[in-house]
Ligand binder design. Structure first.
Ligand SMILES: [Fe+2]
Length: 208
């Protein structure tokens, strides 16, 4: 049209366009990052911080789902996680280590094959480096108790012997984790650990 307005300028947007318009009215921001402004990133940061309270809720939901993962063990993987965390707490482990013990199998909610790394990366921004390192390596420590059945080196843990977290890794694997498949142990409930999960996942120590 001669005045520069297209025929569609005043037309009702179709449903896809309407969704985009609604989104823009609620949250006016960029469509590609190279159009972004500092103010928009500040707003994204503010909303991200506001939504952080959803992280502990999501963690608890993933933990609950482990009740359906049994895979031939004497107890389901939620029970194993709770029992491991209970033993850690009763042994006087700090809160981050108790929560890491609770979450060390959380990756099994998604994929057994790489569960140690999934759990470790979920925990990483929220716990000390020492606690983080225990989780992706825990199977090599556990190996002393079962690797012989898979033709693997039962002393795989020795590769970490110079690490400052080696002793914690041994305690986790030998005293809290490998012992926690006992249906008769007096295990604490998930509700017992909820306040700890909420505190540890309240705020990342660092963005990774
Ligand atoms: Fe375990």
């Amino acid at each position: 049209m001669a005045n520069g307005l297209s025929e569609n300028t005043f037309a009702e947007p179709n449903s896809g366009d309407r969704a985009a318009v609604d989104l823009e009215e609620r949250n006016p921001t960029f469509r590609s990052m190279d159009e972004s402004t500092e103010q928009q990133w500040r707003e994204i940061g503010r909303q991200t911080r506001d939504n952080q309270s959803g992280t502990p809720i999501a963690i608890l939901e993933m933990l609950r789902s482990l009740i359906s993962v049994v895979d031939g063990f004497a107890i389901d993987q939620l029970g194993h996680s709770l029992q491991t965390a209970t033993r850690a707490e009763r042994a006087g482990a700090d809160e981050e280590m108790v929560v890491a013990s609770l979450c060390h199998y959380i990756g099994k909610a998604i994929s057994v094959a790489n569960h140690p790394r999934i759990a470790a990366e979920i925990l990483r921004p929220y716990v000390s480096d020492e606690v983080y390192k225990v989780i992706p390596t825990h199977q090599d420590f556990q190996g002393r108790h079962y690797y012989r059945y898979f033709g693997l080196n039962p002393e795989s843990r020795s590769q970490y012997s110079a690490e400052p977290w080696f002793e914690l890794g041994e305690k986790f694997a030998d005293e809290w984790d490998q012992t926690s498949f006992d249906p008769d142990y007096s295990t604490e409930s998930l509700e017992h650990f909820e306040p700890m999960v909420t505190r540890v996942f309240a705020k990342p120590k660092a963005m990774i």
